[in-house]
Design a protein around this ligand. Structure first.
Ligand code: PRX
Length: 630
């Protein structure tokens, strides 16, 4: 195919790649979708199963509270599993799982359907009904997927809390969601050690009061406390006659909630992003199909954690809706050796690998010999997500891992968007570090303070100008925050919180967050959460957290602390504070460095000016200081 000549470092797809791709001509699809985006999404929706079809594809009569596929009736879990049982996919592998300790489990679609139905029956026996919230706190084991789908089957709203979070983060999320049941694993393997998930959950439950039952999945088998009447072993309940493999499903309305997922915002507590049934299903199904170009024979591996949006959309829902075979691995990429990932790609014949820049940079550090000792010829497509990928890491991924034959899908999106928003497809020419252009049917732009499009290569606010099916519907129980946070800065446009540039070819380049969100190893953390964890320690009077550039993690957290009277600064206390943050929020939030200070730069209204701290740490000019108090 003929491609327009583009500027800069460009990688054109081979004819072999284009030949195989679902979408051979991106421009054509883009044109069609631009003319009639509801029509485009409607066509995709028709590839899925509905108990009753919609009246309208999109209802914008109460924007920004958009509705999609109004009055349609469906069940997402039915589309993930049941529909495949009537085809050859019944015997196809849905899931291949490897434990960090080498355990191996596989599930055909038939088997996964059975396990999900049994799981759903166990939840029903605990009194879980349509609309109830269920918190899930586990490592990367098959049961986390089953638990999520079991909720979807019976219409319960899952709220997955990433297994790397700790006591306060978990308790806050349980409390806010008013969950009735907590599903937890006894522990999780991580670099040969055990993360005591149940013990952390016990501590979290002492701080919040809505959970009636705790369902415990055995993974590590270590000694744990089981509270009589509250805690139940999953493996015991699932073997009772109540948990048979027939489980009536709930017929859901298009706009019924599917799940909530907490994410860090600019201020205060993490917010619960609400995703609903129909639009989310259509959005993730379509984007995965076209971007990772799912074919029947593929083995697809999204190496994220199911506890983040990447896992929700592209480990759990997207692959199963597409009838794909996906791979899930429990542990760390470099355990016990830095070839663990490459070894599994070879062993299982993985065709598509989707991961984050931080993992690529981390593995790159060990040198290419670890990669080269394995046959990675099964790989056909690569992907990245979570933060901007530096061109050096991109080229390494492209050359050393992909042998210059696997296009890299750099997908920009958010917890809130639910699905890929800026992304190439295999047939699109690539530039290292750019996610290329918005997915067909979605209009995005880079604008200045007044909402005018900026000139090519100028920095501005990244905004989304058209609604998309998997968009968040609200902040759970806080519609005001939804409107203020996302739709108020520019009327009618969605504010992403990122700054970006657009080049002369219309390619988008993400620069980073413009708010107080820090991306550490691709994980999204709010300065507010880290600061409030620090202030909860008796020695701390005030605290400020910022992100500073880090070679592997992208950003590392630096915290500035003012001590209370009577406490002396010491390296011991600094270490104690770091551990305290790890205990309250999670190891991912542990500050790299703590500096004790006597004062913090603040505005006259008392807001900490983190940008001043950051400029000082980087030896840069802090810019306009007119609002600084002292
Ligand atoms: O700053 C952008 C960055 O991650 C943010 C969203 O974080 P989260 O909700 O945790 O979702 C991450 C996984 C979808 C965005 O506002 N981000 C995500 N993908 C990219 C990215 N930055 C640059 N390039 C990407 N591909």
């Amino acid at each position: 195919m003929h491609h327009k000549q583009l500027s800069g470092e460009v990688y054109y797809p081979s004819s072999e790649v284009i030949e195989r791709a679902h979408i051979k001509n991106w421009d054509e699809l883009n044109e069609t979708a631009k003319k009639d985006y509801p029509g485009f999404w409607e066509k995709m929706a028709n590839e899925l199963h509905w108990f009753q079809k919609w009246d309208k594809v999109i209802d914008d009569s109460q924007k920004p509270f958009y509705k999609w596929f109004t009055n349609a009736k469906l069940n997402v879990a039915y589309n993930c599993l049941d529909v495949h049982l009537k085809t050859f996919r019944r015997n196809k592998l849905a899931l291949i799982w490897e434990g960090e300790n080498g355990d191996l489990r596989t599930y055909s679609y038939h088997a996964l359907h059975r396990e999900v139905c049994k799981f759903a029956n166990v939840l029903k026996s605990l009194g879980v009904n349509k609309g109830d919230r269920v918190t899930i706190y586990m490592g990367r084991i098959p049961e986390i997927i089953m638990a999520m789908l079991a909720c979807a089957r019976i219409g319960a709203i899952h709220s997955v809390v990433y297994g790397g979070f700790s006591v306060e983060a978990l308790s806050e999320r349980i409390e806010d969601s008013q969950s009735k049941v907590l599903i937890v694993a006894d522990g999780a393997y991580q670099r040969g050690k055990i993360v005591p998930l149940k013990q952390i959950a016990d501590e979290a439950l002492q701080r919040c009061g809505t959970v009636e039952n705790v369902l415990v999945v055995r993974r590590t088998g270590q000694q744990i406390n089981m509270e009589q009447g509250r805690d139940m072993w999953y493996h015991e309940l699932v073997n009772l006659p109540i948990a048979n493999q027939n489980c009536a499903l709930e017929i859901m309305d298009a706009e019924d909630p599917l799940f909530i997922l907490y994410t860090s915002g600019t201020t205060g507590k993490p917010k619960a992003i609400l995703h609903t049934q129909a639009g989310y299903m259509v959005g993730v199904y379509t984007t995965l199909k076209f971007v990772f170009d799912i074919h029947e024979e593929d083995r697809y591996w999204c190496a994220a954690d199911p506890g983040w949006i990447t896992g929700h959309s592209y480990i759990v829902y997207g692959p199963l809706l597409n009838g794909a075979t996906s791979f899930l691995y429990e542990g760390a990429p470099n355990y016990p050796y830095p070839n663990r990932w490459w070894q599994m790609i070879e062993k299982y014949g993985i065709n598509i690998l989707y991961t984050a820049p931080t993992a690529i940079r981390g593995l790159m550090r060990f040198g290419e010999s670890w990669v080269l000792r394995h046959d990675l010829s099964s790989l056909r497509l690569l992907g990245t997500v979570g933060e901007p990928i530096n061109p050096e890491a991109w080229r390494w991924y492209y050359k050393v891992v992909g042998k210059e034959k696997c296009p890299i899908m750099d997908t920009w999106w958010q917890t809130e968007t639910g699905m890929f928003m800026i992304t190439p497809m295999p047939s699109v020419p690539l530039k290292p570090g750019s996610g290329t252009r918005p997915f067909p049917g979605i209009e995005m732009d880079v604008v200045d303070e007044n909402g005018n499009s900026v000139k090519p290569n100028e920095e501005g606010y990244l905004v989304i100008k058209t609604p998309w099916p998997a968009m968040l519907r609200t902040v759970y129980k806080d519609p005001e925050r939804y409107v203020n946070q996302y739709w108020s800065r520019f009327d009618g446009w969605y504010l992403t919180g990122d700054s970006a540039k657009k080049d002369e070819d219309g390619y988008f380049w993400i620069i980073g967050r413009v708010d107080d969100v820090i991306k550490v190893s691709g994980y999204r953390l709010g300065t507010a959460e880290i600061e409030s964890a620090l202030v909860s320690h008796p020695a701390v009077a005030e605290a400020a957290a910022i992100g500073l550039p880090h070679e592997v993690k992208g950003n590392a957290i630096y915290a500035y602390v003012i001590l209370r009277n009577g406490f002396e600064k010491s390296s011991q206390l600094a270490e104690e504070l770091r551990q305290h943050v790890a205990h309250e929020v999670g190891p991912i939030a542990k500050p790299e460095h703590i500096e004790f200070v006597d004062s913090l730069p603040k505005t006259r209204s008392g807001k900490i000016m983190r940008r001043v701290l950051k400029a000082r740490a980087l030896g840069q000019d802090p810019g306009n200081l007119s609002t600084l108090e002292e």
